[in-house]
Every structure is written in structure tokens, then in C-alpha cells.
Ligand binder design. Structure first.
Ligand SMILES: *[C@@H]1O[C@H](CO)[C@@H](O)[C@H](O)[C@H]1NC(C)=O
Ligand SMILES: *[C@@H]1O[C@H](CO)[C@@H](O)[C@H](O)[C@H]1NC(C)=O
Ligand SMILES: *[C@@H]1O[C@H](CO)[C@@H](O)[C@H](O)[C@H]1NC(C)=O
Ligand SMILES: *[C@@H]1O[C@H](CO)[C@@H](O)[C@H](O)[C@H]1NC(C)=O
Length: 395
């Protein structure tokens, strides 16, 4: 009898616990969903009905001289010092050795000290400057942007490895901030300051994550097209555009931004930080904005959006720049894609496949029709993982 009673008791206990757990999960998810939906609704309403971000100017402009970043000296409180640098990078090679006038694209890869493998894969594939010069006749400079390893105990070992790596490849740019997610804005500022100081004549500047794939031949073709038009290579900020994104208010999210930092319901438009391109004049404007704006907002793409807004620059969408997703593996995608996100061990085979000359041989009208059909299947049906929007199938 006693044992029996205990058994029932135990069973009820388990039931009760399960019920509480399920209820708890429902409440948590519901609140999450609710929060998510509501914040997006507010944000879109703000973006599309009011669409005035004038508050950014006054709220983010540094007023005291103390806050102003000093450009020329390292003593300014906001300016970090270079640990590894290559001031002459843009003057080397190419047709015009002295001035770096002919650099078409300065490409920053945002990397972290320990990501040696990723950097190596990029050097062997789309980051190969000699390939771009010998095959495409364009002068592109690729550098990796880094901070310091966050773990103090490993710092000296990793730093020694970085110095050795840099001796071999001479393509690292490193400042003495700790390389963490919350210091990405420092990395963004470093890129625009470096470009301003050491490569001011580059026609375009690109910023890319070290886990993206850049189809450099397609990118070169696109940039050349822009250069051939009068206005195309001016006032340009292109990528995968986020419009009317709300700040993330969930406490434990990586992207959490507290009200004190950004009290408004909606961010200005910005491109995904995974990979975007700006023209030289825009790079200069962003540089100037970083000198006068408060950079405490640590989501680097959002900070870029704030800088651009303050300078009157708007991002434009290119359907073949990816945000989060990985491009489908298919020749009908390869001949259009610019960037694709989430690559590591597949970087080399993808580079081989995507730059294979047969991808670019003319297909004829039947072939074109076939490719459109393939793209519709890959990009427009809901059950495939999507990188590019359905629009891209017809672009
Ligand atoms: C930048 O903004 C943050 C948060 O709003 C504030 O705490 C900080 O004092 C500001 N920095 C400067 C230099 O104005
Ligand atoms: C880079 O490209 C050049 C020219 O195509 C080639 O000779 C070289 O082997 C490539 N380097 C790497 C590391 O793949
Ligand atoms: C950013 O880097 C600076 C300089 O190393 C460091 O003091 C600061 O704690 C870092 N911030 C974050 C959020 O990691
Ligand atoms: C303020 O913002 C607008 C765009 O919203 C921009 O055109 C203008 O130049 C900015 N003014 C200053 C002083 O930064």
C-alpha cells in the first residue's frame, strides 16, 4: 500500500513537472513571438510611414572636443594603434606604382586572430590578387582586418603566429583592440581609417566576413560596368539591404541592444555586414562620419547605417549579394552570384566550380530558359534554403 502510494505520487510528480515545463515553454515562446512580431510591426510602421531618422544627427554627434576622435595621432582616446600594418600595400604592383591610382577595389576581410584556416582558404581562392591581375587585369588589394586575441593567456602565442603568417603573406592589418563581437565597430572604423590614410584613390572599398565566398570575376564585371557609366561609380553603397529592422531587445541575444544605447523603434537602412561595396566618395564620407559620431553602438552594420544616414547616403540592393544564406551549388547560379555566406571547407571546390570557364560559355536561348527554370526552382520555392530573393531568378 505504502509503495503503491509512493508510485502514484512519483507519477503525478512527473506529470506535474512535465505540465509545468510545457506551459513554461509555451509562455516563453509566446512572449518571444509576441515580442518579435510586435517589434517588427512597430519598426516597419516607423520605417515606411514616418521614415525620418533626423534624430540620429543630433543624438549621435559628439559635441565635446574630448569625444572627438583624433585622426593624425594615436593619442586621441578613441584611436587604436596598429600592431601590424602595411602602409605601402596600395602602392605595390599594378600599372601605376607610385600613387595607387589604379586600385579598382580595396577589399577588407574581417577576420579573427585564430581563423588562420579561413584566411588561407581565401588566399588560395577569391583573395588571390595575382589571379585577379593575371586573369582579369584588375588591380585588387586584399587585406585582413584583425584585433587582438581576447584570451590574455593565449595572446602572446597567437600574436607570434600572426607575425609569422604576416611575414609570409604581408596582408594583415591589426590594431590593439580586443577582437570580440562587441568590438566590431572598432574594426569597421579601422577599415575606413586605413582606407582613407593608405589607399585614398581606390575606386571602391569592400568589407567582407571571412566565411563568405566572393565571386571575384562576377564582382569585377559588375564594378567595370559601374565604372563605364558616369554616375555608377559615385554615391554607391551596395549589398543585401535590411530595411526597417527593429533593435533586438531580447536580453540574452547576441544582437541585444539596450534602450539606453538606442531608444528608437527602428534602425536606418543598412546592408548586411557579410559583404558590401562602397564607392570611394562614400568611403570618404563614412570616414568623416566616424570622426564625429558616437560609436558606442556595437553592431557594426547598424553603425555603418547611422554614419551613412548622417551623410545622406542610402544603400541599394543587389539581388546577388547574400545576407545570411549560402548560395545553391549550380552553374546557373555561379554565373550571376556575387557573395554567398557560410563557407569554410567548401571554399576551394566552390572556387574551382564557380570560375570554370564553361560556366561562362554562351548557352543559347534554350540554355538561358533552362537556367531561369533552375533559378526559379532554387530561389522561389519555399522549401529550399534561400540565399537570394526570388527576384534574382529573373534578374
Ligand atoms: C556615446 O553614447 C553612449 C550611450 O548613449 C554614452 O554613454 C556615451 O557617453 C557617449 N559617448 C560620448 C563620447 O559622447
Ligand atoms: C594565385 O594565382 C596565380 C595566377 O593565376 C597562380 O599562379 C597562383 O598559384 C595562385 N596562388 C594561390 C595561392 O593559389
Ligand atoms: C574593445 O577593445 C578594448 C581595447 O582592447 C577593450 O578595452 C574593450 O574591453 C573591448 N570591448 C569589448 C566589448 O570587448
Ligand atoms: C542630417 O541628416 C540628413 C539626412 O537625414 C543629412 O542629409 C544631413 O546632411 C545631416 N546633417 C548633418 C549636419 O550631419
Amino acid at each position: 500500500m505504502f509503495i503503491n502510494f509512493r508510485r502514484i505520487h512519483k507519477c503525478q510528480c512527473v506529470q506535474l513537472l512535465t505540465a509545468i515545463l510545457v506551459l513554461g515553454m509555451v509562455v516563453v515562446c509566446w512572449e518571444d513571438l509576441d515580442h518579435h512580431v510586435v517589434s517588427h510591426m512597430r519598426s516597419y510602421t516607423y520605417r515606411y510611414l514616418i521614415n525620418s531618422y533626423d534624430f540620429l544627427n543630433s543624438s549621435f554627434t559628439l559635441t565635446s572636443n574630448r569625444g572627438l576622435r583624433k585622426d593624425s595621432s594615436n593619442s586621441g582616446i578613441w584611436e587604436y594603434s596598429y600592431l601590424i600594418n602595411h602602409p605601402d600595400k596600395c602602392q605595390e604592383g599594378g600599372a601605376d606604382e607610385k600613387t595607387g591610382e589604379d586600385v579598382l577595389l580595396l577589399l577588407f576581410v574581417k577576420s579573427s586572430p585564430e581563423n588562420f584556416e579561413q584566411r588561407q582558404a581565401i588566399r588560395d581562392t577569391w583573395g588571390n590578387e595575382s589571379f585577379v591581375w593575371s586573369e582579369l587585369r584588375e588591380n585588387v588589394k586584399v587585406v585582413f582586418a584583425l584585433g587582438m586575441h581576447p584570451d590574455v593567456r593565449q595572446q602572446s602565442r597567437v600574436q607570434a603566429a600572426l607575425l609569422q603568417e604576416d611575414q609570409a603573406y604581408r596582408d594583415l592589418i591589426q590594431q590593439d583592440f580586443v577582437d570580440t563581437f562587441h568590438n566590431l565597430t572598432a574594426k569597421l572604423i579601422m577599415q575606413f581609417h586605413w582606407g582613407h590614410k593608405y589607399c585614398p584613390n581606390a575606386h571602391f572599398l569592400m568589407s567582407a566576413d571571412d566565411d563568405i565566398f566572393v565571386h571575384v570575376p562576377n564582382l569585377m564585371k559588375y564594378l567595370r560596368q559601374l565604372m563605364s557609366t558616369q554616375s555608377g561609380s559615385k554615391d554607391l553603397w551596395v549589398g543585401h539591404v535590411h530595411r526597417g529592422s527593429p533593435p533586438n531587445r531580447r536580453k540574452y541575444s547576441k544582437y541585444h541592444v539596450p534602450y539606453e544605447l538606442y531608444p528608437w523603434p527602428s534602425y536606418p537602412d543598412y546592408t548586411a555586414g557579410a559583404g558590401y561595396v562602397v564607392s570611394g566618395d562614400v568611403a570618404d564620407k563614412i570616414y568623416r562620419a566616424t570622426l564625429v559620431l558616437n560609436s558606442s553602438i556595437y553592431i557594426d552594420d547598424v553603425f555603418m547605417g547611422i554614419c551613412a544616414k548622417a551623410m545622406g547616403v542610402s544603400p541599394q540592393e543587389h539581388v546577388y549579394f547574400s545576407g545570411e544564406g549560402k548560395a545553391p551549388y549550380h552553374p546557373c547560379i555561379y554565373d550571376r552570384m556575387i557573395t554567398s555566406h557560410g563557407h569554410a571547407i567548401d571554399m576551394r571546390p566552390l572556387w574551382q566550380a564557380a570560375t570554370d570557364p564553361t560556366v561562362y560559355s554562351s548557352r543559347g536561348s534554350i540554355g538561358d530558359l533552362y537556367c531561369t527554370a533552375v533559378r526559379v526552382l532554387q530561389l522561389c520555392l519555399p522549401y529550399f534554403q534561400q540565399t537570394y530573393s526570388c527576384k534574382a531568378a529573373f534578374a
